[in-house]
Write a protein that binds this ligand. Structure first.
Ligand code: TMP
Length: 230
């Protein structure tokens, strides 16, 4: 299905705890201040069905989920999200900033669970019209520190909620090494879409870098005009 849309689709990727959500919100705030219509969303989640699937997929109370069933649920979430939220918003001219998309399935299920990239990409072609983001920010940081941060955050959250989102954080180092290797492979395969950002710097510095990439890739005319006046 061809998608001629007016808005822009930006996805944020990286390991759990790398700081995607913070940077996504900062970029959204900045773009809104520039007068753009921006929606922020996430996967799994983003729709009523998606939030239900999210609690099944991320809860450590979900046991025995097979890797293929996990992949199928991620794509059920995504197919609904794309058709219900993302594509209509882009067609209205909104900018959609999404915390994770198909690269997460390729990294976590394709790499981490060893299902393989090609199987994931084939599902993407069938269920998601092979629709690609205009830009993907891949946030990179030290693996052990990042995963430890995600674990601490989820343990703190689960004390306040009845359930938790810890199922993935329970995975071991080898799993996360495969996830990271798959992310790096995606970035070198698609440099025109995926930009790696060093997430170890302070939050404002990372934000500035992401903003610069966004302007260069998606708003070159405005960036040129701003440089001339400064
Ligand atoms: P997050 O929303 O805190 O980033 O957590 C989502 C978790 O779900 C994270 O561990 C990555 C995992 N995930 C997959 O394994 N495959 C996917 O396709 C997506 C979207 C997320």
């Amino acid at each position: 299905m061809p998608h001629r849309h007016r808005g822009k689709f930006i996805t944020f990727e990286g390991l759990d705890g790398v700081g995607k959500s913070t940077q996504l919100e900062r970029l959204a705030k900045h773009l809104r201040e520039r007068g753009l219509n921006v929606i922020t969303t996430r996967e799994p989640g983003g729709t009523t069905l998606g939030e239900k699937l999210r609690s099944v997929l991320l809860s450590s109370r979900t046991s025995g989920l097979s890797p293929l069933a996990e992949l199928a649920l991620m794509f059920a979430d995504r197919a609904q999200h794309l058709d219900e939220q993302i594509l209509p918003a882009l067609q209205r001219g909104a900018w959609v900033l999404c915390d994770r998309f198909t690269d997460s399935s390729e990294a976590y299920q394709g790499g981490g669970r060893q299902i393989g990239s090609e199987n994931v990409l084939q599902l993407h072609r069938i269920l998601c019209h092979d629709f690609q983001p205009d830009l993907t920010i891949l946030m990179m940081s030290d693996m052990a520190r990042t995963v430890a941060r995600a674990r601490r955050r989820n343990v703190a959250q689960s004390k306040q909620m009845q359930d938790d989102e810890n199922r993935f954080e329970k995975e071991n180092r080898a799993f996360y090494e495969r996830v990271l290797a798959a992310y790096v492979a995606i970035a070198s395969r698609e440099p025109e879409r995926v930009v790696q950002v060093d997430a170890t710097d302070a939050i404002p510095k990372v934000h500035k870098k992401i903003l610069q990439i966004t302007e260069e890739r998606l708003m070159p005319a405005q960036r040129g005009a701003r440089e001339k006046t400064s």
